[in-house]
Design a protein around this ligand. Structure first.
Ligand code: PLP
Length: 392
């Protein structure tokens, strides 16, 4: 009889957001007339920008004409999008070669798949709390995991410490769920640690576009030495509303070698075997994100979400609630002072607002709660009004 991957038994029964969706669905079935405001799953509400929509339309038309139809594309993405990504990185003073960028259908799959390049007897170093994909994908492969604690003392930004051992380090900045952002000096500690110990950093920069403070890094390659130890994963999902359109990219520097082997060459080999590329139409849409008009539109949307974050931050401050995030990130991470699933139920039942219990992101998330700024302004104002009345 076929044998199962027993490692799946180590996972929680449901993926966190599937769990939340089920609870909300059950609640709604019992209370169909109540208007629920969703600030739980980090999905966006603003539509695609017009320049993106028109690029998608044009590309669809190209696909319908014999002369311009495209079949299978390049494994690493079309050069027009690779070039646009390369140009975007020059904004942070980072110089990339075209072959260092890999276009994908999103950061989630790449960040989960990339660890395939490493032996399963490596230990993964994973911050707690953090985006659940890093932990779950390593549990699935049966790897040993060392969790490093984020807490109020370290601002939810754990740093390397003496005696820390592991080959694969996951970092997420701006962080999901805490909204905390590593400074350049803090990232330098991680880069030095990885280079010294022959470890690799898998750096998730899905929320880099939310960074407003020019002193804070948006790419790990702003840090000297990162190109010999770090892979970066980024996404159009939150920057440009591509959660349903699906596109992201991964940067694997040519200088990144482990035991003399190029990770860039290995990742290309892996992609060529297991991935047939991102749709041409979608890549044209993603290219439009980087156009002059696209950037203006995308920045307007980011500002819209930032205003929501500000409204939320003001409410939490007025209510005397401790929180991080919101300024350089779409997430606000607040101290709920009780079991975080109880707080979830309280908010759902009493004010019909959905957030994400901190416990879902790791044991250090217990006692905290995540709210997102991705809803509409009207809903954000209404949710904060309800929260204020509940807490007072
Ligand atoms: N990385 C982080 C930290 C995220 O929070 C998310 C989505 O919530 C993703 C990656 C997923 O990105 P994508 O939609 O490109 O797969």
């Amino acid at each position: 009889m076929v044998k199962l991957n027993e490692n799946y038994k180590k996972l929680k029964v449901n993926y966190l957001f599937a769990d939340i969706a089920k609870r909300v669905k059950d609640f709604q079935a019992k209370n169909p007339s109540l208007g629920i405001i969703r600030m739980g799953i980090g999905d966006v509400t603003m539509p695609l920008a017009l320049p993106v929509v028109s690029a998608l339309k044009n590309a669809s038309q190209e696909m319908g004409a014999k002369e311009t139809f495209k079949g299978y594309g390049e494994y690493q993405g079309y050069p027009f999008l690779q070039q646009a990504i390369k140009d975007y990185y020059t904004e942070f003073g980072v110089d990339l070669s075209l072959n260092e960028t890999f276009v994908s259908d999103g950061a989630k799959s790449d960040v989960a798949n990339f660890a395939e390049l490493f032996s399963e007897d490596n230990t993964a170093i994973i911050p707690d709390p953090v985006y659940p994909v890093y932990l779950d994908s390593n549990l699935m492969s049966g790897r040993n995991i060392t969790l490093i604690d984020g807490n109020e003392k370290n601002g939810f930004l754990p740093l390397p410490y003496s005696g820390l051992k592991g080959g694969i380090i996951y970092l997420c900045s701006p962080n999901n769920p805490t909204g905390a952002v590593y400074t350049k000096a803090q990232l330098k500690l991680w880069v030095d640690f990885a280079n010294k110990n022959g470890a690799v950093i898998l750096f998730d920069s899905a929320y880099e576009a939310f960074v407003q403070n020019p002193e804070l890094p948006r790419s790990i390659y702003e840090i000297e030495g990162a190109k010999t130890c770090a892979v970066e994963f980024c996404s159009f999902s939150k920057t440009a509303g591509f959660t349903g359109t699906r596109c992201g990219y991964t940067v694997v520097p040519n200088d990144l070698k482990i035991s003399g082997e190029s990770l860039n060459a290995m990742w290309l080999r892996r992609q060529a075997t297991k991935f047939n590329g991102t749709a041409y139409i979608i890549q044209r849409g993603a290219e439009a994100v980087f156009s002059k008009e696209g950037q203006i539109a995308v920045k307007n949307t980011l500002n819209y979400y930032r205003e929501n974050a500000l409204i939320m931050a003001e409410t939490l401050t007025k209510c005397g609630i401790w929180f991080t995030g919101g300024e350089n990130s779409p997430y606000l991470w607040l101290k709920c002072g009780m079991d975080s699933w109880e707080f979830f139920d309280l908010l759902l039942n009493k004010i019909n607002v959905v957030g994400t219990p901190g416990a879902g992101f790791g044991k250090c998330g217990e006692g905290y709660f995540r709210l997102t700024a991705f809803n509409t302004k009207e809903n954000t104002i209404e949710a904060m009004k309800r929260l204020k009345s509940l807490l007072s």
